[in-house]
Write a protein that binds this ligand. Structure first.
Ligand code: HEC
Length: 191
């Protein structure tokens, strides 16, 4: 008698085997493996939905290619409709996950010095973005580097909030707001 675990394992093996055999999940699995490089895909509140829809789109597109061989062999039209629906799903997703610019701040801007801004970069970012360790080639260890990478910093730390990575350096909301104000005021590095 097989144990219940053996039965379950055989069942899982069968389901995944069937999916892989049809190669329906090739594209979705590739997507899942690469998605952690693209913050906008998983930084939203409903990131699981993004994954579900990407999986669906990938499987649909793949389905057209799977059926294509059979259709060509039997002289019937290729069922591109799956791929078209898949692409439509992707298109909707593109607009759904597009980062919205944060609402403009209303409070009258109190004086903001570059020293304050640089302090945030030094405390929260330089640890992983300096001469020895420049993740993605980005450094924040000098005023010039901060100015040069201001746009990217704004994107990652203010809009997407994917930096600092896993918030390892515990940046505060107030500090993010400070970077936002500095960016909107034109990223000046003179005090
Ligand atoms: C704990 C380490 C760590 C800290 C702290 C950190 N980063 Fe990063 N940062 C990384 C890593 C790792 C990458 C590369 C990520 C990748 O390959 O997707 C990166 C990439 C980036 C990128 C490039 C993103 C892209 O996809 O082009 C920017 C911009 C950035 N970080 C800005 C910041 C800012 C601004 C701060 C501080 C508020 C910060 N980082 C703090 C580790 C860190």
């Amino acid at each position: 008698m097989p144990s219940s675990w053996e039965v379950r394992f055989c069942y899982l093996h069968y389901v995944f085997g069937a999916l892989f055999h049809r190669r329906c999940v090739t594209l979705p699995v590739l997507f899942a493996m690469l998605s952690n490089h693209y913050g906008f895909l998983y930084s939203g509140p409903r990131n699981w939905l993004v994954l579900v829809f990407m999986m669906l789109a990938g499987a649909l597109i793949r389905q057209s290619f799977v059926l294509r061989h059979k259709a060509l062999a039997t002289g019937r039209p290729v069922p591109w409709v799956y791929a078209m629906v898949g692409c439509a799903v992707l298109l909707v997703l593109v607009f759904a996950v597009a980062p919205r610019p944060p609402a403009p701040h209303s409070a009258a801007a109190s004086a903001l010095t570059f020293a304050q801004v640089q302090q945030v970069f030094t405390q929260r970012c330089v640890m992983c973005h300096n001469d020895q360790l420049a993740n993605k080639g980005i450094k924040f260890d000098s005023a010039e580097m901060i100015e040069k990478n201001a746009q990217a910093a704004y994107q990652q730390a203010v809009v997407l909030k994917t930096m600092p990575l896993n918030n390892a350096t515990q940046i505060t909301d107030a500090e993010r707001a400070l970077l936002k104000r500095w960016f909107e005021a034109g990223t000046k590095i003179s005090p």
